[in-house]
Structure formats: structure tokens, C-alpha cells
Design a protein around this ligand. Structure first.
Ligand code: FAD
Length: 293
């Protein structure tokens, strides 16, 4: 099923996982997937390391297993930086043959000379390429607090609209910790003529190092309320985990009340956290929409 069709009926609830490191025990991810499948999410997406390395094979294998073994719709991420068109064809053929109908088309983060050797400069190039050659539902990334390389919010929105015009059917946002950024971005996106569903990306924060890394990488603001939680519980792992879960539940409940199209939970492969959050918001997600979208 194409993920863009899910939004007609309900508030979508989806999850993100990442493949194990090359030398890690693969059975762990399958235990995690089994537990995540219990939630019956609308889909599970699988990240893909930029640069077209071996990790990509795992992404497709795991996305295929999510679909064929656990009966959950899956999405394979595909960063295009450093890829040639021939390599992109090979990966997309593999995706199609595995029965995966959805791709999250990304540029990927720049490292060294990856951009210089590839045929794609931006996610929009890959989106157009997929649209012209494959019958695959295309998802793209968006940034409520503006992509760190953008010179302005207006410029970022202009390029986001371009991604949709090139063929993106649905958007998933970068994580944010203050819902006001998402509401403001959502409104501006609609004014800019972007009409596809926009899922809100939520990352439950469970340790201080993780959030500091994310803030640096993604340019996400830490609200005062959040900093207070972090400072109070930074030396108590269990309390910080539970406070992170509570914060995410609070964010999600508010987003659903405001009529968000969907929630995409960055699980960090932690099924305990995903279960706790899902159980707290399940009835909110399942409530019928007031008006058909
Ligand atoms: P683009 O859409 O190409 O945007 C990058 C910058 O260029 C932005 O500033 C934008 O405004 C500008 N821009 C866009 N199009 C044009 C254009 N045509 N001309 C000029 N400027 C333009 N990374 C991974 O490596 N693997 C993953 O699995 C992965 N999953 C992700 C999932 C989500 C939901 C999100 C939000 C991000 C994910 N990322 C992943 C990170 C992502 O690759 C980085 O954020 C990257 O820096 C930008 O990717 P993009 O697809 O948004 O790029």
C-alpha cells in the first residue's frame, strides 16, 4: 500500500528504525521488529546510510522483512548523495523486486567528496528520477526549524514545494521539541501551496548525549521546559527515560488535538519506549477524524 493513501481515514502513526551495525548481532533488530509489529503501526521506515555503502542492502532486507514477515507496510529510506543513476536504478530495482512500495527520497548529509562523484545534487533530483522511472510512492523530508544549510525559511519552503512538484506524495518532518515550530511551519507550507500530508517527527529523548548530538546535527532548539527536565534527571537513567517518554506523549497529544496528519516516531530501535508512548496515545490516534481529509 502507498503511504499517501493512509491519511484519508485516520491520524497516521508510524515508526522509524535503523539497521544494525555491520558487526552487530542481527537477531536483536528482529526481536525489536517483532515487538514493534505488535503495535500495528501504519508503517515502519528503515534508515539508509548516505554514500551507498553496504548498509543499504540491510535497509532493503529489513524493509522487505517488515512487509513480508511481519505484515506491516514498510518504507525504505534512500539518500542519493554520491549515487550514480546506474546505482540508483540497481537499488530501486531491488526495492521493487522486494515488494516495497514506498521510498523516503533524501539527499543525505554531505561527507567528504560524496557530492562530487554522484549524479544527484538534491533530493528533488532523486524524486524526479523515481517518478519518471518507477511506480513507487515517494516520501520526502521537511524541516519545521529550517534545514541548517538554508539561507532562509522562505528559501527552504520554496525548495520543499519544488520537491512536491517533482513528485513527493507525503512529507515527514525532522524532529522538534517545541510544537509551535511545527504549527508555524505547517501553516506556511499550506499557504505556499504544499497540500500533501505532513507527518510530525517525534524523537523521545532518553539520554543527554543523544539530544546534544541531535541538536548539533539538526539545529533543533531545546525549549526551557525540556532543558529543566534534562538537567533534573541527567544522572538518573530511568527517570530521564520516563521523563522523555512523558514529554513525547505530551507533544503527541497536543499535535493530535490540533489535527496533525500523522505522527512519525523515531524509535531509536527501542521497543520499550515505543510501546509506552503508543499505549498512552492509542485512543487519541484511533478516534475518528471529525471531517474527512
Ligand atoms: P534536500 O531536499 O536536497 O535539501 C537540502 C538543502 O538544500 C536544504 O537547505 C534545501 O532548502 C536545499 N534545497 C533543496 N532542493 C534544492 C534545489 N533543488 N536547489 C537548491 N537548493 C535546494 N539521512 C541519511 O543519510 N539517511 C537516512 O535514512 C535519513 N533519514 C531521514 C529521515 C527524515 C524524516 C529526515 C527529516 C532526515 C533524514 N536524513 C537521513 C537526513 C537528511 O539526509 C539530511 O537532513 C540532509 O542534510 C538533507 O536531506 P534532504 O533530503 O532534506 O535534502
Amino acid at each position: 500500500m502507498k503511504t499517501a493513501d493512509l491519511f484519508e481515514q485516520k491520524t497516521v502513526f508510524s515508526l522509524e528504525v535503523f539497521p544494525p551495525k555491520p558487526d552487530a548481532d542481527e537477531s536483536v533488530i528482529y526481536d525489536t521488529l517483532e515487538q514493534l509489529a505488535d503495535i500495528s503501526p501504519d508503517f515502519i521506515s528503515v534508515t539508509y546510510g548516505a554514500g551507498g555503502g553496504k548498509n543499504g542492502c540491510k535497509t532493503i532486507q529489513i524493509a522487505s522483512d517488515i512487509q513480508n514477515r511481519y505484515g506491516v507496510e514498510s518504507v525504505a529510506h534512500l539518500p542519493c548523495i554520491g549515487l550514480t543513476k546506474a546505482q540508483a536504478h540497481e537499488i530501486l530495482e531491488n526495492i521493487r523486486e522486494s515488494g516495497i512500495e514506498n521510498v523516503l527520497a533524501l539527499r543525505g548529509d554531505r561527507t567528504g567528496d560524496t557530492e562530487a562523484v554522484g549524479d544527484f545534487r538534491h533530493a528533488s533530483d532523486l524524486i524526479r528520477f523515481i517518478k519518471e522511472n518507477y511506480d513507487i510512492n515517494i516520501i520526502a523530508a521537511c524541516y519545521p526549524e529550517v534545514h541548517p544549510e538554508s539561507t532562509s525559511a522562505v528559501d527552504d519552503l520554496k525548495w520543499l514545494r519544488h520537491k512536491v512538484e517533482c513528485g513527493a506524495d507525503h512529507l515527514i518532518s525532522q524532529l522538534f521539541l517545541d510544537n509551535r515550530y511545527f504549527y508555524d511551519f505547517y501553516e506556511k507550507a499550506r499557504i505556499a501551496g504544499i497540500e500533501v500530508p505532513i507527518e510530525a517527527g517525534i524523537m523521545p529523548v532518553t539520554n543527554k548525549r543523544q539530544i546534544e548530538r541531535m541538536v548539533k546535527l539538526c539545529g533543533v532548539e531545546l525549549p526551557k521546559k525540556f532543558v529543566r527536565v534534562l538537567e533534573k534527571y541527567e544522572h538518573n537513567e530511568t527517570a530521564l527515560r520516563d521523563a522523555g517518554i512523558a514529554y513525547a506523549i505530551d507533544q503527541i497529544a497536543d499535535l493530535i488535538a490540533e489535527g496533525v496528519d500523522g505522527i512519525h516516531l523515531y524509535t531509536m530501535n527501542n521497543s520499550y519506549i515505543a510501546h509506552h508512548i503508543f499505549e498512552a496515545v492509542e485512543s487519541l490516534i484511533s478516534a475518528p477524524l471529525l471531517t474527512a481529509k
